[in-house]
Write a protein of this length. Structure first.
Length: 192
């Protein structure tokens, strides 16, 4: 019938509501079909009957964040100065990376009010320790009155934001996950 294990589990719960012997978790069904050590199918013919028919499965707990690779001490965009989104006072910038054929990339720094754009070549790569020095140099080349704040996305290239702030004096604010509209000037410029 190409039912998912979740559907089978729910059907059993509705069909036999008081009978604990007829209840089964969808994870138990998956464990019966897939070897948890190798995440591969025990019997490929059985897994082909599933809705997606995949030969491997990632266990539920495997995708949960462990804290490794996360950006520490992020300041949310809600703490950004009130005048920043209004574009009344110059000096509030947005930053992003434009990827070329690996390993080439460019850091784009765009001031919200004037739309002044500064580009920082990233010849060393796109990891945080490679991006920060080039971006720092680019920001220090901008006049002081145009260095009020910087809004970044939550990419791994922003992990050294505290070192960046210490070197430039520019506070860094982070967008909400998957909220590209909070850096619309940068996204529009990068697309162009």
């Amino acid at each position: 019938m190409h039912w998912s294990p979740e559907q089978v589990s729910g059907w059993l719960r509705r069909r036999f509501p008081g009978d604990g012997d007829m209840q089964v978790s969808h994870e138990t069904i998956y464990l019966a079909l897939f070897d948890p050590r190798r995440r591969a199918a025990i019997d490929r013919a059985s897994t082909q009957r599933l809705r997606r028919g995949r030969p491997t499965r990632q266990p539920k707990g495997a995708g949960k964040p462990s804290g490794r690779g996360s950006i520490r001490d992020m300041v949310p965009i809600s703490a950004d100065p009130v005048e920043a989104p209004d574009r009344v006072i110059a000096g509030h910038c947005e930053d992003d990376l434009v990827m070329g054929i690996r390993p080439s990339a460019i850091g784009t720094l765009i001031e919200r009010t004037s739309r002044c754009t500064a580009l920082a070549a990233l010849p060393d790569g796109i990891k945080a320790r490679q991006v920060r020095p080039h971006l720092t140099r680019s920001v220090l080349g901008i006049p002081t009155q145009l260095r009020r704040s910087l809004t970044w996305d939550r990419g791994r290239d922003t992990a050294e934001h505290q070192d960046f702030t210490a070197a430039t004096g520019v506070p860094v604010y982070f967008c909400k996950p998957r909220s590209h509209g909070q850096r619309e000037t940068n996204k529009n410029t990068n697309r162009l």
